[in-house]
Design a protein around this ligand. Structure first.
Ligand code: T46
Length: 144
């Protein structure tokens, strides 16, 4: 399936300061230029979002606080990736149907995307998605 897990660069405080700091650099750590970032917050366990795919958009997803399951479907198989640590990143290629399931209250989902927002590059109908991938249009194309 067209995704990769990655480890976000992380600096843990080793002195009297508390906290961790994770960072990502566009086109060095992830294989696309970042044109947009967004995050989803004020959440509750058992919340479900997503239910769509992208035609062009590459994305990095990470969860700096809490736990979120990402259910991925390439039109042939399904896999679930748990974002359960702030250092864990998930790179999604275009052409993957996704559902996000919040497993803990207040979990935060952060996303860095290769494209500006364009409602027309979403596929929000599952039957349309299946036709799209089954005729080969969902194959990963050039990045950003
Ligand atoms: C994705 C998952 C992980 C905008 O106007 N600009 C934006 O950049 C985004 C991301 C959304 N919106 C609007 C479009 C909708 O009216 O915000 C509303 C909620 O978006 P949506 O229902 O697509 O949200 P999710 O959580 O289902 O999906 C989002 C991203 O849209 C999507 O690209 O992969 O997070």
């Amino acid at each position: 399936m067209n995704y990769e897990l990655m480890h976000l660069n992380t600096v843990m405080a080793s002195d009297e300061r508390l906290g961790g700091l994770s960072f990502v650099e566009s086109e060095k750590d992830i294989p696309f230029p970042i044109r947009r970032i967004y995050c989803i917050y004020k959440t509750e366990a058992d919340m479900h979002r997503g239910f769509h795919s992208h035609k062009r958009n590459w994305q990095l997803l990470y969860c700096p606080y809490g736990k979120i399951d990402i259910v991925l479907d390439d039109g042939f198989t399904k896999e679930t990736v748990s974002l359960d640590k702030p250092q864990k990143g998930l790179i999604l290629h275009p052409g993957l149907w996704r559902e996000m399931i919040w497993k803990k209250d207040d979990s935060v989902l952060c996303v860095a995307a290769s494209e500006y927002y364009d409602a027309k590059e979403y596929i929000r109908d599952y039957d349309e998605f299946l036709k799209y991938v089954q005729k080969g249009d969902g194959r990963t194309s050039a990045k950003g």
